[in-house]
Design a protein around this ligand. Structure first.
Ligand code: PEP
Ligand code: MN
Length: 332
């Protein structure tokens, strides 16, 4: 249950309620929020005086639920916003990994040329094999930081595990929680304690309910800036890397209050399918797209097969604009 309490509720009462009802406490400018397990269906009558309103839920999908907030939450990232009633579809473009200064400058120049405000690139890469490139680490973060101020771009980069969570939080404008880290409670908790936007990727074996529960972990820590990302789930199919779950996206749009971004690059795994998928995703009226693009994909040190080259990306972005506009949305 989510309970809104009067702004002037005594701390002693809040503490007592939190203990008795096993609740998280979030302070808002005009009221307090307590979030209890969803099994609670009624507020004890002795607290009636301090309760403004309460929301009952069938499951622990609470703060992320459209039953709590029927409007999508608005997320502000630098000078752009998504969600709320912005009707913006944000493109996040860039290489899978930061590999060199030259490579990341070339990527930043491409985003600037196309009017795209957010550059992606991983520095701490979660890899399936221990022998694969694992990213430039802190050195990569410093390169991103340099780019960010020089080109006026927002930067999104990934937290792989708790060893560098503080460092990534310091440098990134959006913290990416990678698919394999979706269940890492240390990362979820650290991201709940900050106020920067968090892009939470769905683990490829996670149900939609598990994804929104992970989102509630961050939200219940007090960080309202959570964006969900569908990046493909594992099915019986082996011809594509994963299967992009568009039915799941329709569910998330209908039943949650969080902006949803789609990542066709990791879902498909091969560049030939990425532009078509990106167009299909855009037509669904989503809040953003994450596309991997590399100055020379043939030498990319991670995810080489799925990254577009700059020309293919330019062409793709130009075809997305009219699709977005046909459904009343704007590419930012
Ligand atoms: C990535 O964005 O480069 C990445 C590793 O994605 P995912 O966590 O979805 O596999
Ligand atoms: Mn990648």
């Amino acid at each position: 249950m989510i309970i809104h309490l009067q702004k002037d509720t005594a701390q002693k009462t809040i503490d007592e309620m939190s203990r008795e009802l096993d609740a998280f406490h979030i302070i808002k400018p005009d009221f307090h929020i307590l979030i209890t397990p969803s099994a609670l269906k009624e507020v004890p009558a002795k607290y009636n005086d301090v309760v403004i309103e309460n929301f009952v839920f069938a499951t622990d999908m609470q703060l992320s639920s459209a039953e709590y907030l029927s409007e999508k939450r608005q997320i502000d990232i630098g000078n752009i916003s998504i969600g709320g009633n912005t009707n913006n579809t944000m493109i996040i473009g860039g290489p899978c990994s930061v590999e060199s200064e030259e490579q990341i400058i070339s990527s930043a120049e491409l985003m600037q040329e196309l009017g795209i405000s957010t550059l992606r690139a991983g520095c701490f890469k979660p890899r399936t094999s221990p022998y694969s490139f694992r990213g430039l680490g802190s050195e990569g973060l410093k390169l991103l930081d340099k780019i960010r101020s020089t080109y006026g771009l927002n930067v999104i980069t990934e937290v792989r595990d708790s060893t560098h969570v503080d460092e990534v939080i310091e440098y990134a404008d959006i913290i990416q929680i990678g698919a394999k880290a979706m269940y890492d409670h240390g990362i979820l908790q650290a991201c709940g304690e900050i106020r920067k936007p968090v892009l939470l990727k769905r683990f490829f074996g996670a149900t939609l309910q598990e994804l929104v529960h992970a989102a509630d972990f961050v939200l219940s820590g007090g960080n309202e800036n959570v964006i969900l990302c569908e990046r493909g789930i594992r099915t019986y199919e082996t011809k594509t890397r994963f299967t992009l779950d568009l039915c799941g996206v329709a569910y998330l749009k209908q039943y949650t209050n969080l902006p949803v971004i789609l990542d066709p690059s990791h879902a498909m795994g091969y560049r030939y399918g990425v532009p078509d998928l990106a167009r299909a995703c855009t037509a669904m009226g989503i809040d953003g797209l994450l596309i991997e693009v590399h100055p020379d994909p043939s030498v990319a040190q991670s995810d080489a097969a799925q990254q577009l080259d700059h020309d293919a990306f330019r062409k793709l972005v130009n075809t997305l604009k009219p699709i977005a506009s046909a459904i009343g949305r704007t590419i930012v």
